[in-house]
Design a protein around this ligand. Structure first.
Ligand SMILES: NC(=O)c1ccc[n+]([C@@H]2O[C@H](COP(=O)([O-])OP(=O)(O)OC[C@H]3O[C@@H](n4cnc5c(N)ncnc54)[C@H](OP(=O)(O)O)[C@@H]3O)[C@@H](O)[C@H]2O)c1
Length: 279
């Protein structure tokens, strides 16, 4: 069997499902995989990995939330004849120091960067779509987002830009993006307060932003059902962001795509028009 398929992990997630649609549109043979996809892939069950990797030339890897499994996955990919790996990572994966937060991403990066295959790492900033498809959505609909973030801005990136970049790297000519780590950001950094103000204006609803302490935030997350450990790690991410290490924008998206990133305003208008923050 010749290897011509592109395997997309996390295929039901924010980036994965957008990557799958882009590849299908351009006629690339795609295998969409996750725990709930037709091709079942579970990071906790290596028994199913070889089947998912059969006939695969290129793989888009969304790392698991724990350090470790990507090393074994990369070994299986090499054995299956995969030629290229594209890993979604997060900005700061190399700057979190000894913090426990981000160990999963660093472990995944080590596995991919240590492989004999052609590899590319996409280190993305926080996603715009966290405000309508993920953790910040429910608080915004309830009228207030409260986070341990203040004056340090974040260069939020549109997930559609991440997917465009991933599709370009997955389908690019051999060697074009080999061994590259792209730091993908939006076109400007804005504070969470500014982001919420734009969402409030576009949605026509009074929504406020309030700064709280990392301890208060961790307690809120525990109330929402997170374990003490996970809540602590998420709060810790904000402490690290407040150091300003990942606040700057980069030109890497333009390097990959030859165009500027989408603006946060563009995202807010699209999401508000789709009714994202209706009460
Ligand atoms: N959110 C951000 O701002 C941001 C920024 C930079 C980087 N990242 C990184 O992006 C990654 C998340 O990507 P995303 O936002 O595209 O996905 P997502 O929306 O968080 O969805 C997670 C995906 O992973 C699958 N999944 C969950 N547990 C799994 C398991 N045990 N085995 C196999 N698949 C599993 C889910 O599908 P099933 O439920 O069907 O399995 C789903 O497709 C994380 O590694 C995160 O660190 C996020």
């Amino acid at each position: 069997m010749s290897n011509d398929t592109t395997l997309v992990l996390g295929a039901t997630g924010k980036t994965g499902r957008r990557v799958v649609a882009r590849l299908r549109l351009r006629g690339t043979p795609v295998r969409a995989a996750s725990r709930s996809s037709r091709t079942r892939f579970d990071w906790t069950d290596p028994g199913g990995w070889d089947e998912a990797l059969r006939g695969v030339a290129v793989a888009y890897v969304v790392a698991p939330g724990v350090p470790g499994p990507v090393h074994e996955f990369v070994a299986r990919a090499e054995a299956a004849g995969v030629r290229r790996l594209v890993l979604l990572s997060g900005r700061g994966a190399d700057t979190w120091g000894d913090s426990t937060f981000g160990l999963d991403m660093r472990s995944a990066e080590d596995a991919v960067r240590g492989s004999a295959l052609e590899w590319t790492v996409l280190r993305a900033s926080n996603f715009d779509q966290n405000f309508d498809e993920d953790v910040f959505h429910a608080p915004l609909v309830a009228g207030e987002l409260a986070l341990p973030a203040d004056a340090v801005p974040e260069p939020f990136i549109d997930v559609d830009d991440v997917a465009d970049a991933a599709a370009a790297v997955l389908t690019g000519t051999a060697g074009r993006h080999a061994g590259r780590i792209y730091e993908l950001t939006g076109p400007r950094a804005l504070t969470f307060g500014e982001a919420v103000e734009l969402i409030s204006r576009a949605s026509g609803r009074p929504i406020t932003y309030r700064r709280i302490s990392p301890g208060e935030y961790a307690a809120t997350l525990v109330e929402q059902g997170l374990s003490e450990d996970d809540a602590h790690h998420v709060a810790e991410m904000f402490v690290l962001m407040e150091r300003g290490l990942i606040a700057a924008t980069t030109d890497d998206l333009a390097t990959v795509l030859g165009r500027a990133p989408r603006t946060f305003e563009d995202y807010v208008v699209r999401a508000a028009a789709a009714g994202a923050w209706r009460g």
